[in-house]
Design a protein around this ligand. Structure first.
Ligand code: SAH
Length: 205
């Protein structure tokens, strides 16, 4: 309850998003010593030198994405798998990709343990998206790009929404929402955020 209260006070007000976040136990996605801090609104370290995002930011991004039950969603940056697990409560199917094989394997183990069956997790450089399953109704990046990657823009369905942090990795970034229209793209700036950078190629582990 405390957890949901904190989310609401930070601007996560969409009931479907709050319900989804209530159903997914963040502690399952955080290991060892850090598990006891899982309900605090802060990012925490995970394997491969990466981080699980702050819950309120996960909520704000999920809310901005406005996911509907029939949607096919692509997430770039699986990390712990927490964000994908929340998207999976709201969408028909979630594809999630990370450049670290180890993170994908660990996330997959948690999805199975939590009985979440509508996520496909795989290892690749997510900047190129997943052409085999395009177009997507929704695309979410959880690593910061300098600009929205062209292949991801192309893989967004007309009427579809992409939410991503843009900016240099060592500076304050902006969370933006891109909506694909019949004849182009609309851009909206949502707030300042700070994410790890979107990197090229595969990770070492
Ligand atoms: N969504 C995650 C947090 C992501 S942290 C969660 O809920 O826990 C950002 C992730 O993006 C890291 O795991 C990093 O490995 C991944 N990443 C960075 N660049 C990438 C790329 N080009 N392709 C795929 N994943 C990438």
């Amino acid at each position: 309850m405390q957890f949901l209260y904190a989310l609401r006070s930070k601007g996560v007000t969409d009931t479907r998003v709050l319900n989804a976040m209530e159903r997914v136990d963040r502690a399952a996605f955080v290991k060892g010593l850090f598990a006891e801090r899982a309900y605090e609104d802060m990012p925490l370290p995970i394997s491969c030198g990466q981080t699980i995002s702050q819950p309120s930011i996960v909520g704000i991004m999920t809310q901005a994405l406005n996911v509907q039950p029939r949607h096919k969603v692509l997430e770039i940056g699986t990390g712990s798998g927490y964000q994908a697990a929340i998207l999976a409560q709201l969408a028909r199917r979630v594809y999630t990709v990370d450049r670290y094989k180890r993170l994908v394997a660990e996330a997959q183990t948690i999805f199975t343990a939590q009985d979440i069956t509508n996520i496909t997790a795989f290892t690749a450089d997510g900047s190129f998206g997943f052409p085999e399953q395009a177009p997507f109704d929704r695309i979410l990046l959880t690593a910061a790009a300098e600009d929205p990657p062209g292949p991801l823009m192309a893989q967004l369905r007309v009427g579809g929404i992409m939410v991503l942090p843009v900016g240099q990795s060592d500076a304050v970034q902006s969370l933006i929402r891109v909506t694909r229209t019949e004849d182009g793209y609309d851009y909206e700036e949502l707030r300042a955020v700070r994410f790890v950078p979107l990197l090229e190629g595969l990770g070492a582990d």
